[in-house]
Design a protein around this ligand. Structure first.
Ligand code: GLU
Length: 297
């Protein structure tokens, strides 16, 4: 990045922060103050999920409540983050404004279950697409690609990647029902692996020295580092690929295609990038490009 681009980046970032500060809440605004136009004239074939949601005037979206940058519930009771903005983008295409969204907490272990039981209409929750999950639900997207990494105490110099965990006898924390919890079993003996239901509990365990590392996707860890008051750092050695999809009822191909079209439109008109800049972009300014979408099935 040259000096001019850098200055421009700083300016854009400061502007986004300023807009956030005076953005207030409500309306159809991104966290950074950017409008997501609500498609009030949208028309859907009767009997489709889209028509039902539009007619019902409400959508229930599962997301995380304790993950800074992607889904973090604030004092006003509404979550904020990139996943939340993706949810709002899809809702807007259904003609639904943010105040017509009911946010439902979706910890990793519960995601397939709440979709199957119809307790949510979709899940946008740092949710890796994989074949095992596809046996129970369908995914639209992916809309982002993360990768597993490690977070350690800021002064830790021993843990340099997953291969150093066994040698240092490190205790590691992750979350039940997550892909990182499975992957890390290759590198850590069972007695050294602690699993909680949410990542904020792992951050607490690292803060108090009960574990020496937390493992999950790099962007989740970046949020925890950012909120950790200088106590944590990212090891920054990504060792998996985690494409984030939007979980929906298994076999709802029309809804999957609709979500994919909404993502493609948002990427084309700049809304996707603005959603990033207003949320995760505060820590990782380089906006991603929308990954190639998987076929709907
Ligand atoms: N993306 C991984 C997963 O879906 C880890 C993040 C999470 O637990 O939400 O399992």
């Amino acid at each position: 990045m040259n000096a001019r681009n850098m200055r421009w980046g700083v300016l854009v970032a400061s502007l986004a922060l300023a807009l956030t500060a005076c953005g207030g809440g409500g309306g159809n605004q991104l966290a950074g103050g950017t409008d997501i136009p609500v498609d009030t004239g949208a028309k859907f074939e009767p009997g489709t999920t889209m028509a039902d949601l539009q007619q019902g005037g409400k959508i229930r979206i599962g997301t995380k409540f304790d993950q800074p940058l992607f889904g973090l519930k604030g004092l006003d009771g509404t979550p904020q983050g990139f996943d939340v903005e993706i949810g709002k983008i899809v809702a807007a295409k259904l003609g639904l404004s943010p105040d017509q969204i009911e946010w439902v907490e979706a910890p990793s272990k519960t995601r397939e279950e709440i979709i199957e039981q119809g307790r949510v209409d979709m899940v946008v929750a740092t949710y890796t697409v994989n074949e095992k999950r596809r046996e129970r639900i369908s995914f639209a997207g992916p809309y982002y690609e993360a990768g597993q990494d490690l977070m350690v105490a800021a002064d830790n110099t021993e843990i340099t990647g997953p291969d150093s965990l066994r040698a240092t006898g490190a205790k590691v924390c992750s979350v039940t029902g997550s892909t990182p919890a499975e992957e890390i079993k290759k590198y850590v003996d069972p007695q050294n692996l602690t699993l909680f239901d949410v990542y904020s509990k792992c951050a607490d365990a690292l803060r108090t020295g009960q574990v020496q590392a937390v493992t999950t996707d790099n962007v989740i860890l970046m949020g925890l580092v950012e909120n950790g008051g200088g106590k944590f750092k990212l090891v920054d050695k990504q060792f998996t690929s985690e494409p984030y999809g939007i979980g929906i009822k298994k076999g709802d191909v029309a809804f999957c295609r609709f979500i994919d079209d909404s993502l493609t439109t948002a990427a084309g008109d700049g809304t996707y990038e603005k959603a990033w800049q207003a949320t995760a972009g505060k820590v990782s300014p380089q906006a991603p490009t929308l990954p190639q979408l998987d076929p709907c099935s």
